[in-house]
Design a protein around this ligand. Structure first.
Ligand code: NDP
Length: 274
């Protein structure tokens, strides 16, 4: 059996490491490989996957594009507007989104606490969109700030139609006094580790700071947040949980000892980038 991660530039991906470890240790005769391609090759790639793959994950920049080539999309993936996991059901490709589950599970016991809290969400791309929906589902009051303000406005306007009035707004300047800040931009990601999504002055008094980035594990932004006294959460658990959720959809579940072993290997490998 073959599983794949589809994307454009994948050499730094950590997914094959933990996915192959899980499959091997569970005794499942399968492999998980990287599949890089250019947009114009998409039709051929999906024909190949339909014939050869038991399932696959999709990352940037193909989470939207892939929707043209698959047969069915779950209501959740359709609402998020992106597919990150596909199950090949005897030649029928069914698209899911497990990123939201990955984000929520990586928050541990925080989700019920977020009700009514102010959260500043940085970014207005695919990850920000999915995270905004999860935060709003938790009852948080979300302020979206993005380098390109129009994109934040568009995202907020779109989500305002789905959630109660006043829960989400676009803000041209980051705001002070937030309970939580989520970085869903690429600022600070390898190789631009010196970048900060916003000035560290906005971190004062913030209780929790989450960064989607996992390369490096501790971004400059997270280090500043820790210094300012916030609880910090890096993006690795989000990667881990979306990957486990994908395996579950492919029919593969793993005992706790094995999950712990694979998670430890993943975190060790990721920490080499710090
Ligand atoms: P997109 O390309 O869809 O969006 C990128 C966002 O980052 C945009 O809002 C963009 O702003 C902003 N941005 C990029 N560079 C900068 C910068 N130098 N300063 C400020 N803002 C910047 O990407 P995704 O939404 O898919 O991914 C965003 C981040 O989340 C990435 O770092 C990605 O690795 C991470 N991620 C992590 C996952 C995990 O499992 N941990 C899963 C998915 C994503 P603008 O609109 O102005 O261009």
């Amino acid at each position: 059996m073959h599983y794949f991660l589809l994307g454009r530039k994948l050499s730094h991906s950590l997914s094959p490491l933990f996915q192959n470890l899980l499959l091997k240790q569970r005794g499942i005769l399968a492999d998980y490989s990287l599949l890089e391609f250019e947009p114009e090759q998409a039709a051929d790639v999906f024909a190949h996957l339909r014939a050869q793959a038991a399932g696959f994950n999709i990352t940037v920049p193909y989470k939207q594009l892939c929707m043209e080539y698959i047969d069915e999309i779950t209501p959740l993936a359709a609402a998020v507007g992106a597919v990150n996991t596909v199950v090949n059901d005897k030649g029928r490709l069914v698209g899911y989104n497990t990123d939201g589950q990955g984000f929520l599970r990586s928050l541990g016991n925080l989700p019920p606490i977020l009700k009514g809290k102010n959260v500043l969400l940085l970014g207005a791309g695919g990850a920000a969109r999915m995270i905004a929906m999860q935060l709003l589902e938790c009852g948080a009051r979300v302020k979206i700030h993005n380098r390109t303000f129009e994109k934040a406005e568009d995202l907020a306007a779109e989500l305002q139609k789905l959630f109660p009035q006043g829960m989400i707004q676009a803000v041209e300047q980051p705001q002070q006094g937030m309970f939580m800040i989520v970085n869903a931009t690429s600022a600070g990601m390898y190789p631009h580790m010196e970048e900060m999504p916003i000035d560290d002055g906005y971190l004062c008094g913030v209780k929790v700071v989450f960064d989607c980035i996992y390369n490096p594990l501790k971004t400059r932004f997270l280090a500043a947040a820790e210094q300012a006294g916030a609880q910090i959460i890096d993006g690795l658990d989000m990667l881990w949980y979306q990957g486990l959720a994908a395996q579950h959809l492919w029919g593969n579940d793993f005992p706790e000892t094995l999950r712990t072993e694979a998670y430890t290997a993943l975190r060790m490998e990721a920490s080499k980038n710090d």
